[in-house]
Design a protein around this ligand. Sequence first.
Ligand SMILES: [Fe+2]
Ligand SMILES: [Fe+2]
Length: 179
Amino acid sequence: MMPIAPLMIEHRLIERMIRVMKKEIDLIGKTGKARPEFIDEAVDFIRTYADRCHHGKEEDILFKQLSEKRLSDHHRQVVEELVEEHVRARTMTGNLVSAKERYLAGDAKALDEIKGTMTQLVDFYPLHIEKEDRHFFIPCMEYFSSREQDVMLEAFYEFDRTLIHDKYRGVIERFEGKR
Ligand SMILES: [Fe+2]
Ligand SMILES: [Fe+2]
């Protein structure tokens, strides 16, 4: 199996979250209210699954190993764009958290900001995913031998294996005041 296979499977789950978020935007339109508990769960999904687990494997393993290859100018530019897009997604997610906090504090403008940032995320992810799935992942595999691809797949599994332990060790260390 090529290492891009698990990344593509992860894209499918992110797309399902995006569909759920679209419905939530419609619900906000109908009720005139946000559901902070939905936002908390959506943000946890985006930060832990989409960003840390998924973008983490892309940036720390795939893009890093690509940077050691003699990439075409085009592919080098696409890697830069994808990294910038990950940064933008983090900013949008942070903006959603701050809008939710202002909503809870009674700020009248916060509902529109919640809708606006959720719409940005819903618009962003399908385009980012399409760029990777249809225009980047398959051609970029040609820079790697099949042995290198096998090693990368193993590195992905190892990344996933340690992630949940790192996440919850971090939670405890924050409680204990070590960070
Ligand atoms: Fe990405
Ligand atoms: Fe991706």
